[in-house]
Ligand binder design. Structure first.
Ligand code: NAD
Length: 301
């Protein structure tokens, strides 16, 4: 597979950034990373490793490559060093418009002028902060799902002035790391599949948050109907309930429709520190969640 460039930097190495870095290293790219939280990459690596092992997953990066890919990723103590010779930077910092603006401004100042700047934002079109970089024609959305678990599709969408060659290089990069690009032709909040997933999320949060249905029954229904190993609430635990909340708030801010407000009960969980897999408790308790137990889908008594 054609490689459009050879050096990338990942900024923010939480749940998504760490996966992107590992995947790019597996794809043969030189990868530098930066995160202000010391040890962020190693922490996240360990968490994802144990979570996927516990689930018996067959990850996109084969198990025998994990350690060498982890070692190939170069953690930098400051942003300047991480991006100084990058040909593409992808940021995966928390989902806050103010923070994305700040990071794009810094990337515009610190990375080479022809470097492509991508955001992994789950909800925000890059046009909302492309100008901060000073090079909107080289900015785009490249939105991953949970690539190491095998969800190897990636939304790709340009901003208001993205050059066709930048879109092409982005799509080639996605293919070269073994993922399928889902090209969005016109900018839209939520991209391609994320918009479909969001419609499901909104509905199930409404059913649970207003006491219509127990979340386990929704997950059971989903698992039986689709044959998948987890339902929407298990997926939200994996994403992180704080991240889910922030994403829902982006849709709410956009529409101002009260129906788009996430339920209060979701915020209550976050305030109690119930953030999902990363905090050991969300809708389910980890590392041994109920939905993985043998009787979860049995008819019962
Ligand atoms: P996370 O909270 O797990 O990780 C964010 C990381 O960014 C942390 O390690 C934090 O220390 C670091 N960070 C904070 N400020 C920073 C800065 N100024 N510079 C560099 N690093 C900084 O979040 P996440 O779930 O990985 O989400 C990151 C982005 O990816 C968000 O935009 C989110 O919408 C998107 N995303 C998340 C998922 C998901 O399933 N969690 C899926 C697709 C996209």
């Amino acid at each position: 597979m054609k490689k459009p460039f050879s050096r990338i930097a990942v900024v923010g190495t939480g749940i998504l950034g760490a996966q992107i870095a590992l995947l790019a290293a597996h794809g043969g790219y030189e990868v530098k990373i930066y995160d202000p939280r010391e040890g962020a990459f190693d922490d996240t690596y360990r968490r994802i490793y144990h979570d996927l092992k516990a689930k018996g997953a067959t990850p996109h990066v084969p198990w025998d490559r994990w350690d060498s890919c982890r070692k190939a990723v170069k953690a930098m103590t400051n942003l300047d060093r991480a991006v100084e010779d990058a040909e593409m930077v992808i940021e995966a910092v928390p989902e806050s418009l103010a923070l994305k603006k700040k990071v794009f401004r810094e990337l515009g100042e610190k990375s080479p002028s022809n470097c492509i700047l991508a955001t992994n934002s789950s909800s925000m079109p890059v046009s909302r902060f492309e100008n901060e970089s000073g090079r909107p024609e080289r900015c785009l959305n490249i939105h991953f799902y949970f690539p190491l678990q095998g969800v190897n599709m990636v939304d790709i969408m340009g901003g208001t002035r993205t050059l066709p060659e930048v879109m092409e290089k982005g799509a080639d990069w996605i293919r070269s790391i073994g993922c399928v690009p889902l090209t969005v032709n016109k900018e839209i909040l939520g991209f391609c599949f994320n918009r479909v997933w969001r419609a499901i999320k909104k509905e199930v949060l409404y059913l649970w948050g207003n006491d219509f249905v127990d979340f386990r029954d929704i997950d059971r229904a989903w698992m039986i109907f689709t044959g998948m190993k987890e339902g929407p609430f298990a997926v939200m635990d994996k994403v992180g309930l704080d991240v889910v909340y922030d994403i829902e708030m982006v849709y709410y801010s956009d529409s101002q429709d009260p129906k788009d407000m996430p339920p209060n009960e979701l915020m209550n969980k976050i305030e109690r520190g119930e953030l999902g897999v990363k905090s050991g408790i969300g809708f389910y308790k980890y590392p041994d969640p109920e939905f993985l137990q043998a009787d979860f889908l049995k008819p019962g008594k």
